[in-house]
Design a protein around this ligand. Structure first.
Ligand SMILES: [Zn+2]
Length: 425
């Protein structure tokens, strides 16, 4: 007797399979499983995918949009200054409550693993206290990783370095940084070296906000690649944003990308936020500010889409739907070939899981029993529709259900319901 049987779903690779779950693990996956189960989900004709993964988020700031006031200029810098005010007045309880509310949204959308940066700038470290509490509270259904993020600079903020170390001592999982925000290019490069050495000493991964600027001369990713190789951190280092690469000289990039590939650095562009924050100082033409996604992938670099922000000082929208993120990324990076669209779906599932190291991830026998049933035929149509998550299973338990969203039609001689699935070819 299985605990749960997901029947007849179409997997992302197009095969149709039943998935049997016992406890929190996938016990069997086969074209047809005839066995009893305590609960059965009929997924016939629907897409069954491994859960969505967000490799870049800010859970300490989420759902605070408008507090203490709006970001009028829409720039990264005004966002940072607004957040600097908010983190001094927000209580631990308020931050925990907002983060838990966001995790409810995430659960309902099948987003079951999140890497969140946590601001380590203020001496009180309430942000860290709050997010460690959230991590413990959601661990039964969301895998939450925390990154020690010196928002105001490792060296630029008073006690920036000391507080980052304190956060790591409190149990934060990953070393973060923001080299382009340090006072000088040299200080930024020094911070990259310092942070990579801290990570090497402690055996931790590195995930830096790196070159999130339109300045084509912001080249900290070069230093990040060098330090990764020098310290033997290959496969453990992420460059988030990398927007300066959008504006860099093509010849320089032809040298840079192989260095990143050699260091096995992963890249996490955040298309929702970068398309609104970057290019704000341009007249026309306005740059898009998205890093070179297809070019990095062609060189063998792992690239995943991140969400970054939902309703906070930097971004006034967001839904906890990684399909929204992939949809925007696909448009801005012009990844519209069918293979590229399918890859965009893989980026917000398997690639992101591999980049941040989600344990037991995937639809295979013995893996953690976490999956999402989507009201779509296949990954590309899921991107097009961004449809209802009919069922979300996390660690063996059904944690969310959303009804199918067929429209009832009242037009003479036309069908009574509309589902908007793409015509079969
Ligand atoms: Zn960020």
């Amino acid at each position: 007797m299985f605990d749960l049987l997901v029947k007849g779903g179409t997997l992302p690779d197009g095969t149709v399979a039943d998935i049997a779950i016992l406890g929190d693990k996938i016990a069997e996956i086969a074209p047809r499983i005839d066995a009893e189960a305590r609960e059965v989900i009929d997924a016939t004709g629907d897409l069954v995918a491994p859960p969505f993964v967000d490799p870049h988020f800010h859970l300490d700031a989420t759902l605070s949009y408008g507090l203490p006031r709006l970001n009028a200029s829409g720039t990264l810098l005004e966002g940072i200054s607004l957040w600097g005010e908010l983190r001094e007045i927000a209580t631990v309880e308020e931050m925990v409550e907002r983060a838990l509310q966001y995790c409810d949204w995430a659960a309902s959308m099948g987003l079951l693993a999140i890497r969140s940066h946590v601001d380590t700038t203020p001496d009180h470290l309430n942000t860290v206290t709050a997010m460690l509490e959230v991590k413990e509270k959601v661990k039964g259904y969301i895998d939450l990783q925390l990154v020690a993020f010196p928002q105001d600079g490792l060296y630029r903020a008073p006690n920036g370095r000391e507080n980052l170390i304190r956060a790591l001592d409190m149990g934060v999982d990953v070393v973060g940084g923001i080299p382009h925000f340090e006072r000088t290019m040299q200080a930024g490069a020094e911070s990259v070296r310092d942070l990579c050495e801290i990570a090497a000493e402690r055996g931790l991964p590195v995930d830096l906000h790196c070159d999130e600027t339109d300045d084509s001369m912001s080249r900290h990713v070069e230093t990040l690649a060098h330090e990764t190789t020098r310290l033997g951190l290959q496969g453990r280092v992420v460059g988030s944003h990398l927007t300066s690469m959008h504006s860099m000289d093509n010849y320089y990039v032809s040298k840079l990308i192989p260095l990143m590939a050699e260091a096995q650095i992963a890249a996490i562009p955040n298309p929702l936020i970068n398309i609104v924050l970057q290019g704000r100082h341009d007249t026309f033409p306005k740059r898009r500010g998205l890093t070179r996604v297809r070019e990095m992938q062609a060189a063998g670099i792992a690239v995943g889409w991140g969400q970054d922000c939902v309703l906070d000082p930097w971004y006034s929208l967001g839904t906890a739907d990684m399909l929204d993120v992939a949809f925007m990324g696909m448009h801005v990076a012009q990844m519209t070939h069918p293979d590229e669209m399918a890859r965009c779906f893989t980026m917000v599932t398997e690639t992101n899981a591999a980049i941040i190291g989600v344990e037991g991830y995937g639809l295979s026998k013995g893996a953690m029993a976490s999956l999402v049933v989507l009201d779509a035929d296949n990954p590309v149509d899921a991107l097009r529709l961004r449809p209802a998550r009919l069922a979300v299973v996390s660690k063996g338990k059904v944690i969310a259900k959303t009804p199918r969203q067929d429209a009832a039609l009242s037009i003479p001689s036309r069908p009574e319901t509309v589902r908007r699935r793409a015509p079969k070819r």
